[in-house]
Design a protein around this ligand. Structure first.
Ligand code: SAM
Length: 216
């Protein structure tokens, strides 16, 4: 994502009521934070928030947390949430590398990864959100019956992610190489990148990853 610095964005993160401050203090207690026992679903690298906001509006019985590394991106989602004021949606400005610091084992039922940065150079491979290092972190926060839903238009990243997941002992389910023309499109909420790339004619790839142990 091309980043334009937005003056004041970082300061806004510190006072905006929809941005969770010190998320580490809620580790293991997110249900208490939301005031109910509904499942927690998160999107990592949520960008401007179109996807997670539509999901939260459609599913009031699920608590959603959008995680985004950069204030200048996240601030665009905040304006939309101020208008909608969805009680089951909050945001964290955070680097997902440290996700285990903010969620306890089994606390996150589902993780969405949408159009994650591909980091094509080998030496940057560990930054990919579907690298073995990140998968190991996710495995520590989702329950045995949890899952990761990953979509992208980048074939290289998709193939890498399937291969890496299998090597790391995850199972790859409901794989499609053309999401928008598949049965899985029903109920599929589009992200900003998804709309942009599919308008260019790019097929969208999608997989549901599950930790292998639940099949044993
Ligand atoms: N998911 C959105 C979509 O599909 O429209 C945005 C996709 S954009 C290519 C990837 C986003 O992931 C960027 O906003 C980037 O800042 C964020 N991101 C990348 N690495 C991250 C990390 N380690 N933790 C949190 N966010 C990250």
């Amino acid at each position: 994502m091309r980043l334009r610095n937005i003056p004041g964005a970082r300061e806004e993160m510190l006072v905006n009521p929809y941005v969770v401050q010190n998320p580490e203090t809620h580790r293991g207690q997110w249900c208490g934070f939301f005031g109910n026992s509904n499942p927690i679903h998160i999107e990592i690298g949520m960008g401007k928030g179109q996807f997670i906001m539509a999901l939260a509006a459609a599913n009031p019985n699920i608590n959603y947390i959008g995680i985004e590394k950069y204030s200048s991106v996240l601030i665009r989602a905040l304006a939309k949430q101020e208008a909608l004021d969805l009680p089951n949606l909050r945001f964290i400005r955070f680097d997902a590398e440290y996700i285990e610091d903010i969620f306890a084992p089994g606390e996150v039922e589902r993780i969405y990864l949408n159009f994650s940065d591909p980091w094509p150079k080998d030496r940057h491979g560990h930054r990919r959100l579907t690298s073995d290092r990140f998968l190991a972190r996710y495995e520590n926060v989702i329950p045995e019956n949890g899952c990761i839903m990953f979509k992208t238009d980048n074939r290289g990243l998709f193939d890498y992610s399937l291969e890496t997941a299998q090597v790391c002992g995850w199972s790859c389910n409901d794989v499609t190489y053309d999401l928008h023309h598949s049965p899985y499109e029903e109920g599929n909420f589009h992200t900003e990148y998804e709309d942009r790339f599919s308008a260019l004619g790019n097929p969208i790839y999608r997989v549901v990853l599950r930790p292998k142990k639940q099949e044993e």
